[in-house]
Structures are given as C-alpha cells and as structure tokens.
Design a protein around this ligand. Structure first.
Ligand code: 5IU
Length: 491
C-alpha cells in the first residue's frame, strides 16, 4: 500500500509546477475577478508518471481516512481519468456522470449499475467554490445515491470545503494552495512576495456556491500580481523557459530593456554597431536576410561581440510556414539560424505547429534550453489584419500546452495581449519622435510603450541607426526605457 510521505508530496508539488499544471500571473476566471494563480490539471494526462503518483496518493488518502463507498465517480471532465484509476486500484465500481443528458434513448444522467441507497465517493481535481462537485452530487442524489465524501487534488481555499460541507459532503484534499505556495517558496522556486500576493488575494475572494463573493461585489479588487507591476527579478523565477529566465536576469543585472534592431545591409556595419551599442542593450535584433555579404565569419564575430557585451541575439525571421518547412528553415540552409540565434520570431498563423516545427529544427532537447521564440500577436504596421480573436489565440499558444517551455514571449503592442508574467512583451515601433514613417510604421515614445502599453523590452531601430552618434543614442534610449520600467513597477 502506498502511503503519503512528505517527500512524495513535495516532489509532486514541484512536478505539478514544472509541467504547468499551475502557474502564477493575471488570469481571467469563471467567477469574474482575475486570479493570480491558475490551475490546469488537464495537462497531467500527458504525464503518466504524474497520473500514477496523483492516483496513488488519492488511494492512500482514501485508505488513511477509511472512506468506504460502493462506487466512485469523477467530476467531469478532468477528474474522469483519475476516478478510473482509483476505481481500478480499489476495485470499486465506477459511475460516470454525463454533463448533458442524452437527447435520445434513455436520457440517463448517471451511467453504470447502481441502486438507490448506494454510496458514492466523489473524485475532483481542483476546487474553487465547490460548485462543480455539488452539480455532480445533485445528479447522483436525484438517482437516490448517497454522497458523503469527496477526495480532491487541490483546494484553492476559496471557500469550497465549507460550501460542500453545507450540503453534507466532507472534502479531503491532497494539496491546499497554501501548501503548494509554501513548498515552492521553500524550494526557491518563487519569491516570498509571490506567496504573499496570492495569499492576500485568496483571502479577499472567498466565494459562495453561486459564484458570488462573500462580502459583496469584488469586481474592483486590484491584482498586485499583474505582470506589469512585477520586477524582472521576480518574473525570472516565474518563467517556464530557461532562456527566458536568463534574459530576465540579464535585463535586471545589466539594467537594460532595450533591443536594438540592426537593420543594416553590411556585415561589418552590424558588427560595428553591435560593438558600439553592446553595453546598452539586452538584445540585438537581426534580419539576416538583408545582409549582402553574409558569411560564417560574420556569425562567429557577432557571437563574440554578444558574449563580450552580454546580450542575446534575436533573429527576426518571422517564420510562418508549416512545421516541416519551418524546422528546415530554422536549422538548415545557408544561415543555419538555430545554430547561432538565441531567439527567433514567428507568426502564429499556422497554429501550434509553428512552435513544434521550430523545436524539431533543433538537434536535441538540451539545445532547446538555450533557444526560444517570440510569437507575434500584434504588429505596429498601420492597417495590419490582426484582430482581437487572432491576438487571443496567439496568447493561448504562448501560454498553454506543452510548448510553453520554448516560448519566451509575445511581440505585441498592448499590455492586454497576455497576463502570464513569466513571458516577455516585446514591442517594436519605438522612437523619441512619435509619428509614422512613409511605409506605415507607427512610432510611440519609450515612456508610452513601457508605461501605457506594457512593453517589457522596447525595440528601437532607426531611432538609433539614424542618429549622428549611435552610441549616445543607444544610451539615451536605454536610460529612458529603463526609467519608465522602474517607474512602472514602483507604483
Ligand atoms: N518590427 C516592427 N513592427 C512589428 C514587428 C516587427 O517594426 O510589428 I512584429 C520590426 C521591424 C524592424 C524593427 O526591424 O522592428 C523596427 O525598426 P524601426 O525602429 O527602425 O522602425
């Protein structure tokens, strides 16, 4: 028999965080007010070892508490596979609750063989208000089935346990949100301020079963945890990709959020620019296909300058093809971009396969740790065709699913683009003199893009390239972008 050991619980808590089963940020919730923590236990089906551990622990919990029941029933849908495993391990017959009654045939809500008076244990993944558990309980009860207990993986501690208790159901959770927060903090994965921000928020948002907040309307609760209020140091810890952590840390220690767009056509000019402006930038952005005299020596030299001045290289390739083509465009051809660019940009038009295609262009898993992509969710060009829905879908690709570990951020023009603070907002179209160029580029000031539009890194091209003294211009842009960031996080 598996018992619940403290080490096992800790290891599982860390693992759940690693696989993105929960994360911190600024997330839209069913209940209306944005939450600083988001759980998505749907991902665990992709990790059989995690499924195994979670269900072993649920079974251990059931045994420890001596919860005996005739049936077991999962709350649809995420908990269904967990309930199945519990049923198998315990040899307790399962009941399946339909979310919608069949329109034809028997119109049954509960599938499985049972009799009125039978007992049933509920299995659930994450509990907020407890309303999902209660929906399942209601349907079971309407068939005469008796429910007294529910085992759950995570209790968000927002009143769910008390709400279900009012209906005669005892809730037993493997993890409370506090336990997860404290464990991550003890293990150095999150800052104390993150723990405090989430705890404060949760305490203020206790929920009734009907979704209303205890203590009245909370629509105006400020979320201290909003991405634009957090420092780059804190966000480094929240990032899911190793390269993104590195970039946040680089920005914080070098004190720069300036990316220089080196749109020049001669290799030596790019190197000269990189040498002069290197001390002021966190990233150099290249368009390698505009360089007329490209050579391998250019790449070797560029890498040397990047190392000397401690900046990353972003090749603004804007990949946009099917996965198979993208993997070749990234890893092969005369530029072999994957071999030297720390980061690249990509359109989200092809969907998730764009990220998978890029990953496939890298030779091995280790290489992925040093590479990343910025996904385009908006453009600065006047009249571009991107709409709200496209923006939202791009954000989903960046933040959800198993490829989030390779995404470093989003190229966009506004802070509403995404909420997750472990990603970086990259914003082009920055110039001290606002306005438009004659080909549709629209410019905003450094202060405006950082403070009003949520940019974490501002991309500046001609604002520096066309200055009489590029070095001085780079220093000015660095100072102004950085001061705007400091002001943003201090408020
Ligand atoms: N760039 C934009 N706008 C966008 C995207 C990329 O300007 O929406 I996506 C690139 C193009 C150019 C740089 O390489 O950023 C901006 O250069 P200037 O600061 O010179 O306009």
């Amino acid at each position: 028999m598996v018992t619940k050991s403290e080490d096992q619980m800790k290891a599982l808590a860390l693992k759940l965080f690693e696989i993105n089963a929960f994360k911190f940020g600024d997330f839209k919730m069913k209940v209306g007010v944005n939450s600083p923590v988001y759980f998505d236990l749907r991902v665990i089906v992709s990790y059989p070892d995690v499924m195994q551990t979670v269900s072993d622990l649920l079974v251990a919990q059931i045994k420890e508490l001596k919860l005996s029941s005739k049936h077991v029933c999962g709350v649809p849908y995420t908990a269904l596979p967990l309930a199945t495993i519990v049923s198998l391990q315990q040899q307790t017959p399962m009941l399946v609750r339909r979310k919608e009654a069949k329109a034809y045939g028997t119109k049954k809500l509960i599938e499985g063989i049972f009799q009125a008076g039978d007992t049933c244990l509920i299995v659930e993944d994450v509990v907020t208000s407890g309303s999902s558990i209660l929906e399942t309980v209601r349907d079971l009860q309407s068939e005469g089935i008796v429910v007294t207990d529910a085992v759950v993986v995570v209790d968000r501690e927002q009143g769910g346990a008390a709400n279900v208790a009012k209906h005669g159901v005892r809730m037993h959770s493997l993890f409370t949100l506090s336990y997860l927060l404290n464990t991550l903090h003890e293990e150095g994965r999150i800052e104390r301020s993150t723990v405090d921000a989430v705890a404060k928020y949760i305490a203020a948002t206790q929920i009734n079963t009907d979704g209303s907040f205890i203590g009245g309307d909370k629509a105006s609760i400020p979320n201290d945890f909003s991405r634009t209020k957090l420092t780059y140091e804190i966000r480094a810890n929240l990032a899911k990709s190793p390269l993104t952590k590195r970039l946040f840390t680089l920005m914080a220690t070098k004190k720069t959020n300036l990316c220089l767009a080196a749109d020049l056509s001669k290799a030596d000019d790019v190197l000269d620019l990189a040498n002069k402006c290197g001390p002021y930038i966190c990233m150099l952005k290249t368009h390698v296909d505009i360089i007329e005299d490209f050579s391998e020596a250019f790449i070797t030299n560029l890498k040397t300058v990047a190392k000397k001045h401690n900046f990353l290289i972003l090749e603004d390739r804007k990949f946009a093809d099917i996965g198979n083509t993208v993997s070749q465009q990234y890893g092969k051809g005369m530029y072999k971009i994957a071999s030297w660019a720390n980061l690249v940009t990509a359109h989200t038009l092809p969907g998730r396969s764009i990220v998978q295609g890029l990953k496939a262009g890298l030779s091995n898993d280790n290489a992925r740790k040093e590479r990343g992509v910025f996904l385009l969710a908006e453009m600065s060009a006047k009249g571009n065709l991107i709409d709200e829905k496209y923006k939202e879908s791009s954000n989903k690709i960046a933040t959800e699913g198993g490829d989030a570990d390779f995404v470093s951020g989003v190229v966009c023009q506004s802070s509403t683009c995404f909420g997750f603070p472990g990603l970086i907002q990259l914003t082009p179209g920055v110039k001290i003199d606002e306005g438009v160029d004659n080909l549709g580029q629209q410019y905003q000031t450094p202060e405006h893009v950082v403070k009003e539009r949520g940019a974490d890194i501002g991309i500046v091209g001609r604002g520096i390239l066309q200055a009489a003294n590029v070095e001085k211009a780079a220093a000015t842009y660095r100072d102004r972008l950085w001061a705007a960031y400091l002001e943003r996080v201090s408020k």
